[in-house]
Design a protein around this ligand. Structure first.
Ligand SMILES: O=c1ccn([C@@H]2O[C@H](COP(=O)(O)OP(=O)(O)O[C@H]3OC[C@@H](O)[C@H](O)[C@H]3O)[C@@H](O)[C@H]2O)c(=O)[nH]1
Ligand SMILES: [Mg+2]
Length: 591
Protein backbone atom coordinates (compact mmCIF):
# COMPACT_ATOMS: atom_id res chain seq x y z
CA UNK A 1 0.00 0.00 0.00
CA UNK A 2 2.79 2.41 0.90
CA UNK A 3 4.55 1.77 -2.41
CA UNK A 4 1.30 2.18 -4.33
CA UNK A 5 0.64 5.43 -2.50
CA UNK A 6 3.99 6.91 -3.55
CA UNK A 7 5.73 6.39 -0.21
CA UNK A 8 8.80 4.34 -1.26
CA UNK A 9 11.07 7.10 0.05
CA UNK A 10 10.29 5.74 3.50
CA UNK A 11 12.40 2.61 2.79
CA UNK A 12 14.96 4.07 0.44
CA UNK A 13 17.72 4.34 3.02
CA UNK A 14 17.06 1.06 4.76
CA UNK A 15 20.06 -1.23 5.24
CA UNK A 16 20.04 -4.87 4.13
CA UNK A 17 17.97 -7.50 5.91
CA UNK A 18 19.59 -8.53 9.14
CA UNK A 19 20.40 -4.96 10.12
CA UNK A 20 18.01 -3.11 12.46
CA UNK A 21 15.31 -5.74 11.94
CA UNK A 22 13.59 -4.94 15.24
CA UNK A 23 13.34 -1.29 14.30
CA UNK A 24 11.96 -2.19 10.89
CA UNK A 25 9.28 -4.36 12.49
CA UNK A 26 8.44 -1.55 14.87
CA UNK A 27 8.04 0.71 11.83
CA UNK A 28 5.32 -1.60 10.52
CA UNK A 29 3.64 -1.68 13.94
CA UNK A 30 3.38 2.07 13.71
CA UNK A 31 2.06 1.88 10.14
CA UNK A 32 -0.58 -0.59 11.32
CA UNK A 33 -1.66 1.76 14.13
CA UNK A 34 -1.81 4.79 11.81
CA UNK A 35 -3.80 2.71 9.35
CA UNK A 36 -6.29 1.41 11.88
CA UNK A 37 -6.91 4.61 13.74
CA UNK A 38 -7.91 6.63 10.67
CA UNK A 39 -11.34 6.08 9.07
CA UNK A 40 -10.60 4.55 5.65
CA UNK A 41 -6.97 3.85 6.55
CA UNK A 42 -3.69 5.47 5.57
CA UNK A 43 -4.39 5.26 1.84
CA UNK A 44 -7.45 7.41 2.34
CA UNK A 45 -5.48 9.81 4.55
CA UNK A 46 -2.83 10.26 1.86
CA UNK A 47 -5.43 10.69 -0.88
CA UNK A 48 -7.30 13.39 1.05
CA UNK A 49 -4.02 15.06 1.95
CA UNK A 50 -3.07 15.34 -1.74
CA UNK A 51 -6.38 16.97 -2.58
CA UNK A 52 -6.26 19.43 0.31
CA UNK A 53 -2.60 20.29 -0.28
CA UNK A 54 -3.35 20.99 -3.93
CA UNK A 55 -6.26 23.27 -2.98
CA UNK A 56 -4.00 25.05 -0.52
CA UNK A 57 -1.24 25.46 -3.10
CA UNK A 58 -3.70 26.98 -5.56
CA UNK A 59 -4.95 29.28 -2.81
CA UNK A 60 -8.49 27.93 -3.14
CA UNK A 61 -10.94 29.47 -0.71
CA UNK A 62 -12.53 26.63 1.33
CA UNK A 63 -15.76 28.66 1.35
CA UNK A 64 -15.80 29.13 -2.42
CA UNK A 65 -19.33 29.82 -3.64
CA UNK A 66 -20.63 30.67 -0.17
CA UNK A 67 -21.70 34.13 1.01
CA UNK A 68 -21.46 34.81 4.75
CA UNK A 69 -24.17 36.59 6.71
CA UNK A 70 -25.13 37.01 10.35
CA UNK A 71 -27.40 34.18 11.57
CA UNK A 72 -30.20 34.53 14.12
CA UNK A 73 -30.23 32.36 17.22
CA UNK A 74 -31.66 32.14 20.69
CA UNK A 75 -30.49 35.08 22.86
CA UNK A 76 -30.73 34.42 26.58
CA UNK A 77 -30.70 37.03 29.35
CA UNK A 78 -29.44 35.71 32.65
CA UNK A 79 -32.08 35.59 35.35
CA UNK A 80 -35.22 36.52 33.39
CA UNK A 81 -38.28 34.25 33.34
CA UNK A 82 -37.38 32.56 30.10
CA UNK A 83 -33.85 31.86 31.37
CA UNK A 84 -35.24 30.35 34.56
CA UNK A 85 -37.66 28.18 32.58
CA UNK A 86 -34.92 26.95 30.28
CA UNK A 87 -32.78 26.09 33.31
CA UNK A 88 -35.57 24.09 34.88
CA UNK A 89 -36.18 22.17 31.64
CA UNK A 90 -32.44 21.61 31.23
CA UNK A 91 -32.06 20.18 34.72
CA UNK A 92 -34.96 17.79 34.10
CA UNK A 93 -33.32 16.63 30.85
CA UNK A 94 -29.85 16.23 32.35
CA UNK A 95 -30.39 12.64 33.43
CA UNK A 96 -30.74 11.82 29.73
CA UNK A 97 -27.43 13.45 28.88
CA UNK A 98 -23.86 12.25 28.46
CA UNK A 99 -20.92 14.63 28.74
CA UNK A 100 -17.86 14.51 26.50
CA UNK A 101 -14.79 16.52 27.46
CA UNK A 102 -12.14 16.96 24.76
CA UNK A 103 -8.81 17.16 26.54
CA UNK A 104 -6.18 15.83 24.18
CA UNK A 105 -4.64 19.21 23.39
CA UNK A 106 -1.19 20.20 24.53
CA UNK A 107 -2.12 23.77 25.35
CA UNK A 108 0.85 25.15 23.47
CA UNK A 109 -0.31 28.75 23.73
CA UNK A 110 -0.48 28.52 27.53
CA UNK A 111 2.83 26.71 27.78
CA UNK A 112 1.94 25.12 31.14
CA UNK A 113 3.91 21.96 31.88
CA UNK A 114 1.11 19.95 33.45
CA UNK A 115 -2.25 19.01 31.96
CA UNK A 116 -4.72 21.87 31.77
CA UNK A 117 -7.49 19.90 33.49
CA UNK A 118 -5.35 19.80 36.64
CA UNK A 119 -4.93 23.58 36.79
CA UNK A 120 -6.83 25.33 39.59
CA UNK A 121 -10.03 26.90 38.31
CA UNK A 122 -9.54 29.43 41.10
CA UNK A 123 -6.96 29.52 43.88
CA UNK A 124 -9.30 30.42 46.76
CA UNK A 125 -10.26 26.75 47.06
CA UNK A 126 -7.54 25.50 44.71
CA UNK A 127 -9.96 23.08 43.06
CA UNK A 128 -8.90 22.06 39.57
CA UNK A 129 -11.03 22.28 36.44
CA UNK A 130 -11.60 18.54 36.35
CA UNK A 131 -12.90 18.47 39.92
CA UNK A 132 -15.25 21.35 39.20
CA UNK A 133 -16.54 19.66 36.05
CA UNK A 134 -17.14 16.37 37.83
CA UNK A 135 -18.85 18.02 40.80
CA UNK A 136 -21.06 19.99 38.41
CA UNK A 137 -22.11 16.85 36.54
CA UNK A 138 -22.82 15.07 39.84
CA UNK A 139 -24.89 18.03 41.00
CA UNK A 140 -26.88 17.93 37.76
CA UNK A 141 -27.35 14.21 38.16
CA UNK A 142 -28.77 14.55 41.67
CA UNK A 143 -30.96 17.51 40.80
CA UNK A 144 -32.28 15.77 37.70
CA UNK A 145 -33.04 12.58 39.64
CA UNK A 146 -34.91 14.71 42.16
CA UNK A 147 -37.49 15.36 39.46
CA UNK A 148 -37.86 11.65 38.72
CA UNK A 149 -38.51 10.89 42.37
CA UNK A 150 -41.17 13.55 42.56
CA UNK A 151 -42.81 12.28 39.39
CA UNK A 152 -42.77 8.61 40.34
CA UNK A 153 -42.27 8.28 44.09
CA UNK A 154 -41.86 4.50 43.92
CA UNK A 155 -38.40 4.88 42.45
CA UNK A 156 -37.29 6.88 45.45
CA UNK A 157 -37.10 3.80 47.69
CA UNK A 158 -34.07 2.48 45.87
CA UNK A 159 -32.78 5.98 45.17
CA UNK A 160 -32.05 7.27 41.72
CA UNK A 161 -29.87 4.97 39.71
CA UNK A 162 -28.95 7.44 37.00
CA UNK A 163 -25.26 7.97 36.43
CA UNK A 164 -24.53 10.64 33.85
CA UNK A 165 -21.62 9.32 31.79
CA UNK A 166 -18.50 11.43 31.38
CA UNK A 167 -16.18 10.66 28.48
CA UNK A 168 -12.80 12.33 28.40
CA UNK A 169 -10.90 12.31 25.13
CA UNK A 170 -7.18 12.23 25.84
CA UNK A 171 -4.08 11.87 23.67
CA UNK A 172 -0.60 10.50 24.28
CA UNK A 173 0.25 13.96 25.60
CA UNK A 174 -2.44 13.93 28.29
CA UNK A 175 -3.70 10.37 28.85
CA UNK A 176 -1.46 9.08 31.66
CA UNK A 177 -1.64 12.32 33.64
CA UNK A 178 -5.42 12.56 33.28
CA UNK A 179 -5.84 9.02 34.57
CA UNK A 180 -3.44 9.73 37.40
CA UNK A 181 -5.35 12.83 38.55
CA UNK A 182 -8.59 10.86 38.50
CA UNK A 183 -7.20 7.86 40.36
CA UNK A 184 -5.36 9.80 43.02
CA UNK A 185 -8.54 11.76 43.78
CA UNK A 186 -11.00 8.84 43.78
CA UNK A 187 -12.52 10.23 40.56
CA UNK A 188 -13.62 13.30 42.54
CA UNK A 189 -16.69 11.44 43.76
CA UNK A 190 -17.81 9.80 40.54
CA UNK A 191 -17.97 6.04 40.19
CA UNK A 192 -14.81 4.96 38.36
CA UNK A 193 -17.04 3.18 35.82
CA UNK A 194 -18.86 6.45 35.15
CA UNK A 195 -15.75 8.03 33.62
CA UNK A 196 -14.57 6.66 30.28
CA UNK A 197 -11.28 7.71 28.75
CA UNK A 198 -10.92 7.52 24.97
CA UNK A 199 -7.46 8.20 23.64
CA UNK A 200 -7.05 9.82 20.24
CA UNK A 201 -4.06 8.84 18.10
CA UNK A 202 -1.91 11.29 16.25
CA UNK A 203 -1.76 11.33 12.45
CA UNK A 204 1.14 11.08 10.03
CA UNK A 205 3.00 14.23 9.10
CA UNK A 206 3.33 15.31 5.50
CA UNK A 207 6.63 16.48 4.09
CA UNK A 208 5.59 17.99 0.76
CA UNK A 209 2.80 18.83 -1.67
CA UNK A 210 2.71 15.20 -2.90
CA UNK A 211 1.77 14.10 0.62
CA UNK A 212 4.94 12.13 1.10
CA UNK A 213 4.96 11.05 4.73
CA UNK A 214 7.61 12.68 6.90
CA UNK A 215 10.10 10.61 8.84
CA UNK A 216 10.78 11.37 12.46
CA UNK A 217 13.93 13.56 12.47
CA UNK A 218 15.27 11.47 15.37
CA UNK A 219 14.49 8.01 14.01
CA UNK A 220 14.44 7.00 10.37
CA UNK A 221 12.28 3.97 11.23
CA UNK A 222 9.43 6.08 12.51
CA UNK A 223 6.95 8.39 10.87
CA UNK A 224 6.62 11.78 12.46
CA UNK A 225 3.15 12.37 13.90
CA UNK A 226 1.15 15.34 15.16
CA UNK A 227 -2.32 15.84 16.70
CA UNK A 228 -5.27 15.63 14.34
CA UNK A 229 -7.51 18.03 16.29
CA UNK A 230 -10.56 17.73 18.52
CA UNK A 231 -12.71 16.57 15.59
CA UNK A 232 -11.44 13.04 16.32
CA UNK A 233 -13.95 12.83 19.13
CA UNK A 234 -16.79 11.87 16.78
CA UNK A 235 -15.05 8.89 15.18
CA UNK A 236 -13.84 7.71 18.59
CA UNK A 237 -17.30 7.89 20.14
CA UNK A 238 -18.76 6.07 17.17
CA UNK A 239 -16.21 3.25 17.09
CA UNK A 240 -16.35 2.82 20.87
CA UNK A 241 -19.97 1.66 20.60
CA UNK A 242 -20.93 4.06 23.39
CA UNK A 243 -23.48 5.99 21.36
CA UNK A 244 -25.68 2.97 20.70
CA UNK A 245 -25.31 1.83 24.29
CA UNK A 246 -26.45 5.26 25.46
CA UNK A 247 -29.40 5.21 23.10
CA UNK A 248 -30.45 1.79 24.40
CA UNK A 249 -30.28 3.18 27.92
CA UNK A 250 -32.67 5.96 26.96
CA UNK A 251 -30.24 8.88 26.70
CA UNK A 252 -31.11 11.79 24.41
CA UNK A 253 -28.26 14.30 24.48
CA UNK A 254 -24.50 14.45 24.12
CA UNK A 255 -22.81 17.59 25.46
CA UNK A 256 -19.29 18.39 24.30
CA UNK A 257 -17.01 20.78 26.14
CA UNK A 258 -13.36 21.89 26.41
CA UNK A 259 -10.64 21.71 29.04
CA UNK A 260 -10.52 25.13 30.74
CA UNK A 261 -13.75 27.08 30.90
CA UNK A 262 -14.49 27.73 34.57
CA UNK A 263 -17.87 29.31 33.74
CA UNK A 264 -19.24 26.65 31.44
CA UNK A 265 -21.61 25.00 33.89
CA UNK A 266 -23.33 28.34 34.51
CA UNK A 267 -24.60 27.94 30.96
CA UNK A 268 -25.23 24.20 30.70
CA UNK A 269 -28.71 23.91 32.28
CA UNK A 270 -30.25 26.72 30.23
CA UNK A 271 -28.55 25.61 27.01
CA UNK A 272 -29.80 22.07 27.45
CA UNK A 273 -33.24 23.51 28.12
CA UNK A 274 -33.08 25.35 24.80
CA UNK A 275 -32.11 22.15 22.97
CA UNK A 276 -35.01 20.24 24.51
CA UNK A 277 -37.56 23.01 23.98
CA UNK A 278 -36.56 23.80 20.40
CA UNK A 279 -35.77 20.16 19.61
CA UNK A 280 -32.43 21.15 18.15
CA UNK A 281 -30.32 18.40 16.61
CA UNK A 282 -27.32 20.67 17.06
CA UNK A 283 -27.09 23.55 19.51
CA UNK A 284 -23.83 25.50 19.76
CA UNK A 285 -23.22 27.80 22.67
CA UNK A 286 -22.00 31.27 21.82
CA UNK A 287 -21.10 34.57 23.44
CA UNK A 288 -20.75 38.05 21.91
CA UNK A 289 -17.46 38.09 20.04
CA UNK A 290 -14.88 40.87 19.88
CA UNK A 291 -13.36 41.31 16.42
CA UNK A 292 -10.07 39.36 16.11
CA UNK A 293 -10.76 37.50 19.36
CA UNK A 294 -9.39 33.96 19.04
CA UNK A 295 -12.80 32.32 19.00
CA UNK A 296 -14.62 31.15 15.90
CA UNK A 297 -17.56 33.10 14.49
CA UNK A 298 -20.93 31.44 14.01
CA UNK A 299 -21.89 32.29 10.47
CA UNK A 300 -24.70 31.65 8.05
CA UNK A 301 -23.27 30.51 4.75
CA UNK A 302 -25.45 30.69 1.65
CA UNK A 303 -24.22 28.91 -1.45
CA UNK A 304 -24.80 30.18 -4.98
CA UNK A 305 -26.97 27.07 -5.53
CA UNK A 306 -29.28 28.03 -2.63
CA UNK A 307 -27.94 25.68 0.09
CA UNK A 308 -27.43 27.29 3.48
CA UNK A 309 -25.76 26.20 6.69
CA UNK A 310 -25.07 27.73 10.07
CA UNK A 311 -21.52 26.83 11.00
CA UNK A 312 -18.46 27.95 12.93
CA UNK A 313 -15.91 29.78 10.81
CA UNK A 314 -12.63 29.43 12.68
CA UNK A 315 -10.97 32.62 13.92
CA UNK A 316 -8.11 32.44 11.42
CA UNK A 317 -10.53 32.04 8.50
CA UNK A 318 -13.17 34.63 9.32
CA UNK A 319 -11.19 37.69 8.26
CA UNK A 320 -10.14 36.30 4.83
CA UNK A 321 -13.67 34.98 4.21
CA UNK A 322 -15.21 38.39 4.95
CA UNK A 323 -12.67 40.23 2.81
CA UNK A 324 -13.28 37.83 -0.08
CA UNK A 325 -17.02 38.44 0.24
CA UNK A 326 -17.09 42.20 -0.13
CA UNK A 327 -16.58 43.22 3.52
CA UNK A 328 -13.42 45.17 2.78
CA UNK A 329 -12.58 45.75 6.46
CA UNK A 330 -12.73 42.05 7.28
CA UNK A 331 -13.17 41.00 10.89
CA UNK A 332 -14.17 44.27 12.64
CA UNK A 333 -16.59 45.30 15.36
CA UNK A 334 -19.93 46.79 14.38
CA UNK A 335 -21.70 49.69 16.12
CA UNK A 336 -22.38 47.49 19.18
CA UNK A 337 -18.64 47.29 19.84
CA UNK A 338 -18.70 43.57 18.99
CA UNK A 339 -18.25 41.48 15.87
CA UNK A 340 -21.70 40.90 14.33
CA UNK A 341 -20.89 37.16 14.34
CA UNK A 342 -21.57 35.38 17.65
CA UNK A 343 -18.45 33.74 19.12
CA UNK A 344 -18.35 29.96 19.28
CA UNK A 345 -17.31 28.62 22.70
CA UNK A 346 -17.30 25.04 21.43
CA UNK A 347 -19.91 23.75 23.78
CA UNK A 348 -22.08 21.65 21.50
CA UNK A 349 -25.26 19.84 22.40
CA UNK A 350 -26.15 17.08 19.96
CA UNK A 351 -29.40 15.15 19.93
CA UNK A 352 -28.36 11.50 20.19
CA UNK A 353 -30.69 9.81 17.66
CA UNK A 354 -29.87 12.16 14.81
CA UNK A 355 -26.20 12.05 15.81
CA UNK A 356 -26.14 8.25 15.52
CA UNK A 357 -28.00 8.41 12.22
CA UNK A 358 -25.46 10.83 10.79
CA UNK A 359 -22.44 8.92 12.09
CA UNK A 360 -23.79 5.68 10.65
CA UNK A 361 -23.26 7.36 7.27
CA UNK A 362 -19.93 9.06 7.94
CA UNK A 363 -18.34 6.75 10.52
CA UNK A 364 -17.61 9.92 12.43
CA UNK A 365 -15.11 11.36 9.98
CA UNK A 366 -15.15 15.13 9.92
CA UNK A 367 -14.24 17.46 7.08
CA UNK A 368 -10.52 18.08 7.39
CA UNK A 369 -8.26 20.97 6.52
CA UNK A 370 -4.53 21.50 6.11
CA UNK A 371 -2.56 24.54 7.13
CA UNK A 372 0.99 24.26 5.73
CA UNK A 373 3.48 27.04 6.42
CA UNK A 374 5.29 27.48 3.07
CA UNK A 375 8.97 28.39 2.73
CA UNK A 376 8.27 31.01 0.08
CA UNK A 377 5.68 32.33 -2.35
CA UNK A 378 6.29 29.50 -4.82
CA UNK A 379 4.53 27.28 -2.26
CA UNK A 380 6.71 24.36 -3.31
CA UNK A 381 8.19 23.50 0.09
CA UNK A 382 7.11 23.65 3.74
CA UNK A 383 8.97 25.27 6.62
CA UNK A 384 8.18 22.20 8.69
CA UNK A 385 6.05 19.13 8.14
CA UNK A 386 2.29 19.57 8.27
CA UNK A 387 -0.70 17.24 8.75
CA UNK A 388 -4.43 17.07 8.26
CA UNK A 389 -6.57 18.45 11.07
CA UNK A 390 -10.24 18.45 11.96
CA UNK A 391 -12.49 20.28 14.42
CA UNK A 392 -15.41 18.90 16.39
CA UNK A 393 -17.61 21.90 15.58
CA UNK A 394 -17.42 21.05 11.85
CA UNK A 395 -19.77 18.13 12.52
CA UNK A 396 -22.84 19.93 11.04
CA UNK A 397 -21.10 20.40 7.67
CA UNK A 398 -22.34 17.05 6.34
CA UNK A 399 -25.86 17.27 7.81
CA UNK A 400 -28.89 17.24 5.47
CA UNK A 401 -30.81 20.54 5.07
CA UNK A 402 -33.64 19.12 7.20
CA UNK A 403 -31.40 19.05 10.30
CA UNK A 404 -32.40 21.50 13.03
CA UNK A 405 -29.19 23.39 13.69
CA UNK A 406 -29.34 26.31 16.10
CA UNK A 407 -27.24 28.24 18.53
CA UNK A 408 -27.73 29.93 21.89
CA UNK A 409 -26.05 33.18 22.89
CA UNK A 410 -25.35 34.04 26.53
CA UNK A 411 -23.37 36.78 28.24
CA UNK A 412 -19.61 36.30 28.29
CA UNK A 413 -19.40 37.09 32.00
CA UNK A 414 -21.70 34.15 32.66
CA UNK A 415 -20.50 31.52 30.22
CA UNK A 416 -16.97 31.86 28.87
CA UNK A 417 -13.54 32.43 30.41
CA UNK A 418 -11.02 29.97 28.98
CA UNK A 419 -7.39 29.70 30.05
CA UNK A 420 -5.41 29.53 26.83
CA UNK A 421 -2.79 32.29 26.71
CA UNK A 422 0.50 32.62 28.58
CA UNK A 423 1.04 35.90 30.52
CA UNK A 424 3.25 37.47 27.87
CA UNK A 425 0.81 36.90 25.01
CA UNK A 426 -2.20 37.79 27.17
CA UNK A 427 -0.71 41.17 28.00
CA UNK A 428 -0.46 41.85 24.25
CA UNK A 429 -4.13 41.17 23.51
CA UNK A 430 -5.76 44.28 21.92
CA UNK A 431 -7.29 46.55 24.57
CA UNK A 432 -10.88 45.64 25.35
CA UNK A 433 -10.53 42.06 24.08
CA UNK A 434 -10.56 39.22 26.64
CA UNK A 435 -7.17 37.94 27.80
CA UNK A 436 -8.08 34.22 27.95
CA UNK A 437 -5.35 33.79 30.58
CA UNK A 438 -5.08 32.13 33.99
CA UNK A 439 -5.48 35.61 35.53
CA UNK A 440 -8.66 36.49 33.66
CA UNK A 441 -10.02 32.94 33.98
CA UNK A 442 -9.88 33.08 37.78
CA UNK A 443 -11.14 36.66 38.08
CA UNK A 444 -14.06 35.73 35.82
CA UNK A 445 -15.19 33.07 38.29
CA UNK A 446 -15.37 35.64 41.11
CA UNK A 447 -17.09 38.17 38.88
CA UNK A 448 -19.71 35.70 37.67
CA UNK A 449 -20.47 34.45 41.17
CA UNK A 450 -20.65 38.01 42.51
CA UNK A 451 -22.96 39.08 39.70
CA UNK A 452 -25.21 36.06 40.22
CA UNK A 453 -25.48 36.84 43.96
CA UNK A 454 -26.11 40.47 43.14
CA UNK A 455 -28.91 39.54 40.76
CA UNK A 456 -30.32 37.32 43.54
CA UNK A 457 -30.57 40.37 45.78
CA UNK A 458 -27.34 40.47 47.79
CA UNK A 459 -25.61 43.81 48.05
CA UNK A 460 -22.12 43.34 46.62
CA UNK A 461 -19.45 46.04 46.55
CA UNK A 462 -18.27 47.33 43.18
CA UNK A 463 -15.05 45.70 41.94
CA UNK A 464 -11.67 47.42 41.96
CA UNK A 465 -9.34 47.46 38.95
CA UNK A 466 -5.88 45.95 39.36
CA UNK A 467 -3.06 44.78 37.13
CA UNK A 468 -1.53 41.27 37.31
CA UNK A 469 1.09 40.05 34.85
CA UNK A 470 0.47 43.16 32.76
CA UNK A 471 -3.29 42.58 32.47
CA UNK A 472 -5.84 44.95 33.90
CA UNK A 473 -8.75 43.05 35.44
CA UNK A 474 -11.76 43.68 37.67
CA UNK A 475 -11.31 42.23 41.13
CA UNK A 476 -14.63 41.27 42.74
CA UNK A 477 -15.10 39.64 46.14
CA UNK A 478 -13.70 36.11 45.96
CA UNK A 479 -16.96 34.19 46.04
CA UNK A 480 -17.02 30.47 45.28
CA UNK A 481 -19.55 27.75 45.93
CA UNK A 482 -20.03 24.06 45.38
CA UNK A 483 -21.99 23.30 42.21
CA UNK A 484 -24.66 21.56 44.28
CA UNK A 485 -25.20 24.76 46.30
CA UNK A 486 -26.22 26.85 43.32
CA UNK A 487 -26.75 24.79 40.19
CA UNK A 488 -29.35 27.16 38.76
CA UNK A 489 -30.40 30.73 39.40
CA UNK A 490 -33.64 29.54 41.01
CA UNK A 491 -31.57 27.45 43.44
CA UNK A 492 -29.33 30.41 44.35
CA UNK A 493 -32.34 32.67 44.90
CA UNK A 494 -33.84 30.16 47.34
CA UNK A 495 -30.70 30.32 49.45
CA UNK A 496 -30.04 34.03 49.77
CA UNK A 497 -32.03 36.67 51.61
CA UNK A 498 -32.31 40.29 50.56
CA UNK A 499 -30.40 41.82 53.46
CA UNK A 500 -26.93 40.46 52.83
CA UNK A 501 -23.79 42.42 52.11
CA UNK A 502 -20.33 41.36 50.88
CA UNK A 503 -17.51 43.90 50.73
CA UNK A 504 -14.99 43.99 47.88
CA UNK A 505 -11.95 42.64 49.77
CA UNK A 506 -13.99 39.70 51.12
CA UNK A 507 -13.74 35.98 50.50
CA UNK A 508 -16.83 33.77 50.73
CA UNK A 509 -16.46 30.01 50.28
CA UNK A 510 -19.71 28.05 50.39
CA UNK A 511 -18.88 24.41 50.85
CA UNK A 512 -22.19 22.71 51.41
CA UNK A 513 -25.61 22.16 49.93
CA UNK A 514 -28.05 23.64 52.45
CA UNK A 515 -26.44 26.88 53.47
CA UNK A 516 -28.79 29.86 53.61
CA UNK A 517 -27.39 33.37 53.63
CA UNK A 518 -30.09 35.17 55.58
CA UNK A 519 -28.68 38.45 56.86
CA UNK A 520 -24.94 38.00 56.37
CA UNK A 521 -22.80 41.10 56.35
CA UNK A 522 -19.29 40.04 55.39
CA UNK A 523 -16.13 42.08 55.54
CA UNK A 524 -13.33 39.51 55.68
CA UNK A 525 -13.20 35.80 54.94
CA UNK A 526 -15.90 33.22 55.69
CA UNK A 527 -15.33 29.56 54.87
CA UNK A 528 -18.45 27.59 55.62
CA UNK A 529 -18.76 23.84 55.15
CA UNK A 530 -21.61 21.45 55.83
CA UNK A 531 -22.79 17.92 55.14
CA UNK A 532 -25.93 17.51 53.02
CA UNK A 533 -28.05 16.62 56.07
CA UNK A 534 -27.21 19.87 57.86
CA UNK A 535 -29.31 23.04 57.34
CA UNK A 536 -27.33 26.16 58.15
CA UNK A 537 -28.63 29.72 58.40
CA UNK A 538 -26.03 32.47 58.31
CA UNK A 539 -26.92 35.70 60.13
CA UNK A 540 -25.17 38.83 61.29
CA UNK A 541 -21.89 40.60 60.72
CA UNK A 542 -18.53 38.93 60.18
CA UNK A 543 -15.45 41.08 60.30
CA UNK A 544 -11.83 39.87 60.10
CA UNK A 545 -8.59 40.61 58.25
CA UNK A 546 -9.59 38.19 55.51
CA UNK A 547 -7.57 36.81 52.60
CA UNK A 548 -5.54 39.21 50.50
CA UNK A 549 -4.16 39.05 46.97
CA UNK A 550 -0.39 39.42 46.68
CA UNK A 551 1.25 40.06 43.34
CA UNK A 552 3.61 37.46 41.91
CA UNK A 553 5.63 38.10 38.78
CA UNK A 554 5.34 35.32 36.20
CA UNK A 555 9.10 35.24 35.88
CA UNK A 556 9.59 34.59 39.61
CA UNK A 557 10.60 30.92 39.60
CA UNK A 558 10.33 30.64 43.38
CA UNK A 559 6.56 30.19 42.96
CA UNK A 560 4.91 27.15 41.39
CA UNK A 561 3.94 27.50 37.76
CA UNK A 562 0.17 27.45 38.41
CA UNK A 563 0.56 30.50 40.68
CA UNK A 564 3.03 32.40 38.49
CA UNK A 565 0.81 32.21 35.41
CA UNK A 566 -1.97 34.07 37.24
CA UNK A 567 0.23 36.77 38.69
CA UNK A 568 -1.03 36.62 42.28
CA UNK A 569 -1.20 34.39 45.31
CA UNK A 570 -3.72 34.38 48.10
CA UNK A 571 -2.45 35.27 51.54
CA UNK A 572 -4.78 33.66 54.07
CA UNK A 573 -4.41 36.22 56.87
CA UNK A 574 -7.53 35.63 58.92
CA UNK A 575 -10.89 33.91 58.42
CA UNK A 576 -13.94 32.57 60.16
CA UNK A 577 -14.16 28.88 59.43
CA UNK A 578 -17.39 27.10 60.31
CA UNK A 579 -17.96 23.40 59.71
CA UNK A 580 -21.20 21.47 60.22
CA UNK A 581 -20.53 17.76 59.93
CA UNK A 582 -23.64 16.46 61.74
CA UNK A 583 -27.27 16.35 60.59
CA UNK A 584 -29.56 19.01 62.03
CA UNK A 585 -30.54 22.66 61.89
CA UNK A 586 -27.95 25.28 62.78
CA UNK A 587 -27.50 29.03 62.83
CA UNK A 588 -24.18 30.76 62.37
CA UNK A 589 -24.53 34.06 64.18
CA UNK A 590 -21.21 35.59 65.21
CA UNK A 591 -22.61 38.78 66.80
O1 LIG B 1 -5.98 17.31 18.95
C1 LIG B 1 -6.61 17.93 19.82
C2 LIG B 1 -6.61 19.34 19.93
C3 LIG B 1 -7.35 19.95 20.92
N1 LIG B 1 -8.08 19.20 21.79
C4 LIG B 1 -8.91 19.84 22.83
O2 LIG B 1 -9.79 20.73 22.20
C5 LIG B 1 -10.03 21.86 23.02
C6 LIG B 1 -9.80 23.14 22.25
O3 LIG B 1 -8.46 23.24 21.88
P1 LIG B 1 -7.77 24.66 21.79
O4 LIG B 1 -7.90 25.30 23.15
O5 LIG B 1 -6.44 24.52 21.21
O6 LIG B 1 -8.74 25.35 20.75
P2 LIG B 1 -8.71 26.78 20.11
O7 LIG B 1 -8.59 27.82 21.17
O8 LIG B 1 -7.72 26.84 19.00
O9 LIG B 1 -10.19 26.90 19.47
C7 LIG B 1 -11.33 26.23 19.99
O10 LIG B 1 -11.88 26.94 21.11
C8 LIG B 1 -12.39 28.24 20.85
C9 LIG B 1 -13.45 28.18 19.75
O11 LIG B 1 -13.95 29.44 19.46
C10 LIG B 1 -12.85 27.57 18.51
O12 LIG B 1 -13.85 27.53 17.49
C11 LIG B 1 -12.37 26.17 18.85
O13 LIG B 1 -11.79 25.52 17.73
C12 LIG B 1 -9.16 21.71 24.25
O14 LIG B 1 -9.95 21.21 25.30
C13 LIG B 1 -8.12 20.69 23.81
O15 LIG B 1 -7.61 19.90 24.86
C14 LIG B 1 -8.10 17.82 21.69
O16 LIG B 1 -8.77 17.13 22.47
N2 LIG B 1 -7.35 17.24 20.71
MG1 LIG C 1 -5.44 25.01 19.39
Amino acid sequence: MLVEMGQSHLFRDWPDPGVDDQEKLAFFDQIKLLNESYPGGLASYIKTARELLEDSRLGKNPFDGFTPSVPTGEQLTFGDDSFINFEETGIKEARKAAFVLVAGGLGERLGYNGIKLALPRETTTGKCFLQHYIESILALQEASCGYVEVMCPRSSSGGCRTEIPLVIMTSDDTHARTLQVLKSNAYFGMASTQVILLKQEKVACLADNDARLALDPKNKYRIQTKPHGHGDVHALLYSSGLLKKWRDEGLRWVLFFQDTNGLLFNAVPAALGVSATKQYHVNSLAVPRKAKEAIGGITKLTHADGRTMVINVEYNQLDPLLRASGYSDGDVNCETGYSPFPGNINQLILELDSYIEELSKTGGSIKEFVNPKYKDASKSAFKSSTRLECMMQDYPKTLPPTARVGFTVMDTWLAYAPVKNNPEDAAKVPKGNPYHSATSGEMAVYRANSLILKKAGIHIDEPVKDVFNGQEVEVWPRVTWLPKWGLSFAEVKKKVGANCFVSQPSTLVINGRNIHLETLSLNGALIISSVDSAEVRVEGAIQNKGWTLEKVDYKDASFPEEIRIRGFRINKVEQLEATYDQPGSFTLKPQ
